[in-house]
Design a protein around this ligand. Structure first.
Ligand code: CIR
Length: 259
């Protein structure tokens, strides 16, 4: 496995914020947590490809939002926040070494087709797209056009009160989802086993699955961690609370792809 990561920008404190209020961010601590996150990925068998930070892109550490990567191709997004669009180019160059790279149309029927990778959850051959402030129907239609020939379906999922679909639901094992049912309509996932986050840990649904059996999960959520372990999921923890002040979680900081 390869994990593409990107350094924390010196302008990190100027990140986009939607649901959280701005708190002072300790850049050194954010960078130490990010380095530990990268080390955890390496320990789990990922070969890291680190991209340098962009001082003009406060959110560049959150590489997940710039692309949707499948085994067959990589799709570059047009991120919903304008400040984040310049992040796509360097990730595109890195992806081009591993995949055919295509760009999502920026408009469909006159509607902007913006998409954040954090809004796209793959479960087998199904791609779920969260309808968020960043992503919507036009992007889902554009994505469908690119992936249908490869045998993937695309379905929209309704969200509330959170930034991205993967803030509210992620896959933690084959056919097992970790979700905050208060933030996402789970009807499209009918038939799938759901592990609900502990109600005191609303942000705990963001887990990064590495390979088949293990997930990386924020250390701040011990109650949900116990639920995952009880469901038979192996959990490795990382401290990411300084990165979380910018509304980022464990999936956002990497693009993990099969070699
Ligand atoms: C943003 O608002 O775009 C960033 N501050 C956080 C992005 C987190 N990305 C993700 O959840 N995939």
């Amino acid at each position: 496995m390869i994990a593409i990561t990107r350094g924390v920008s010196p302008a990190f404190a100027d990140c986009e914020l939607t649901h959280l209020s701005r708190e002072p961010i300790d850049l050194g601590r954010a960078r130490r947590q990010h380095a530990a996150y990268e080390a955890a990925l390496e320990a789990l068998g990922c070969r890291l490809e680190r991209l340098p930070a962009d001082p003009g892109a406060p959110d560049c550490v959150f590489v997940e939002d710039t692309a949707v990567v499948l085994d067959e191709l990589a799709i570059l997004t047009c991120p919903g926040a304008e400040s984040r669009r310049r992040e796509v180019g360097p990730v595109a160059s890195a992806l081009a070494r591993h995949r055919q790279v295509v760009r999502l149309e920026s408009e469909v029927s006159g509607e902007p087709a913006t998409l954040d990778g954090g809004d796209v959850l793959r479960v087998g051959r199904r791609l779920f797209v969260g309808r968020s402030a960043r992503s919507g129907e036009a992007a889902a239609a554009a994505l469908r056009g690119l992936v249908a020939p490869h045998g993937y379906s695309v379905e929209l999922v309704e969200l509330r009160d959170c930034l991205h679909l993967k803030t509210a639901v992620t896959e933690v094992a084959e056919g097992v989802l970790l979700a905050n049912p208060r933030w996402v309509d789970l009807a499209p996932f009918a038939g799938t086993r759901i592990v609900a986050v502990d109600s005191e840990e609303p942000f705990a649904a963001n887990a990064l699955r590495i390979g088949v059996e293990v997930v990386l999960h924020a250390a701040a959520y011990p109650r949900t961690r116990r639920r995952l372990q009880a469901a038979g999921v192996q959990v490795r923890t990382v401290e990411v609370d300084e990165l979380a002040k910018a509304e980022g979680g464990v999936t956002c900081c990497s693009i993990v792809l099969a070699e």
